[in-house]
Write a protein that binds this ligand. Structure first.
Ligand code: HEM
Ligand code: HEM
Length: 200
């Protein structure tokens, strides 16, 4: 198994990044649409799926935090200016935290709901509620917090993805290829950014 290298992201960081990113985008779209569908039964079913995928994202995001603490991060791409390095570090730290905070706020919302509906993740695992007192005020607070955090994360992720695409398409450097190795042969040909000796 390839570990995180000094100059680029390793297999596990790459797999976690794209799995969480895709799940997060799908989860956001589901969150916005699920309460607008007609029919209580379908709405109930979609909210159960939303909660299930939310817990999956939470698990993967915690795993990613642990992975970063253990494996460390590669050096910033030399293509980034000092200002870009600082802003990328801040945005990525916020995104790391947000992928944990958004599902936690959703969990708090489900736990404070006066309806008291249990969460059976993927119809298999019963997830207990957080030890919070259910009330209409608490539920409204966590609904707002959950929605606000989800929107803030999406806007941040859009800026983050836009910056990565700008580097790839306009500046034609290795910033996106470090996180999307399928681009590496074209982008990194001839460069010495990912030698096997970095694996040590
Ligand atoms: C990364 C994971 C998650 C994302 C991106 C996400 C996103 C969203 C979004 C965008 C909404 C619509 C908010 C609005 O209409 O203003 C929503 C609603 C909701 N989410 Fe999540 N969510 C996530 C995880 C969870 C989890 C783990 C739970 C519960 C265990 C949960 C429970 C809910 C519920 C119950 C609603 C409906 C709120 C209502 O009644 O209007 N979510 N979510
Ligand atoms: C879909 C478009 C996306 C693109 C093109 C993209 C691209 C990238 C790139 C190129 C990096 C490495 C930057 C560097 O070398 O410093 C990165 C890192 C990162 N991205 Fe994204 N990203 C996308 C979506 C997302 C989403 C939706 C999230 C979270 C909700 C996210 C969270 C992160 C985080 C936390 C890092 C730091 C490394 C890690 O922990 O995985 N990204 N991204």
């Amino acid at each position: 198994m390839r570990h995180d290298r000094k100059e680029t992201f390793g297999t596990i960081a790459v797999l976690l990044h794209w799995t969480i990113a895709l799940l997060f985008l799908g989860q956001f779209a589901l969150g916005l649409s699920m309460t607008k569908v007609k029919g209580m039964a379908l709405q109930f079913e979609l909210i159960q799926w939303h909660k299930s995928f939310g817990f999956l994202i939470l698990g993967l995001a915690v795993l990613r935090l642990g992975w970063h603490l253990g494996a460390g991060r590669p050096r910033p791409s030399p293509a980034l200016s000092p200002v870009e390095r600082a802003s990328a570090a801040i945005v990525q730290a916020l995104l790391l935290a947000a992928t944990v905070a958004v599902p936690l706020a959703g969990w708090a919302l489900a736990s404070t709901s006066t309806l008291g509906i249990p969460t059976l993740a993927f119809k298999l695992v019963l997830i207990p509620h957080l030890p919070l007192v259910p009330s209409e005020q608490a539920e409204a607070f966590w609904r707002q917090m959950h929605g606000f955090l989800a929107w803030a994360t999406i806007l941040l992720a859009a800026a983050h993805a836009g910056a990565a695409l700008r580097h790839h398409l306009l500046l034609r450097d290795d910033v996106l290829a470090r996180m999307l190795p399928i681009l590496s042969p074209r982008r990194l040909a001839g460069r010495q950014t990912t030698t096997e000796s970095d694996d040590a």
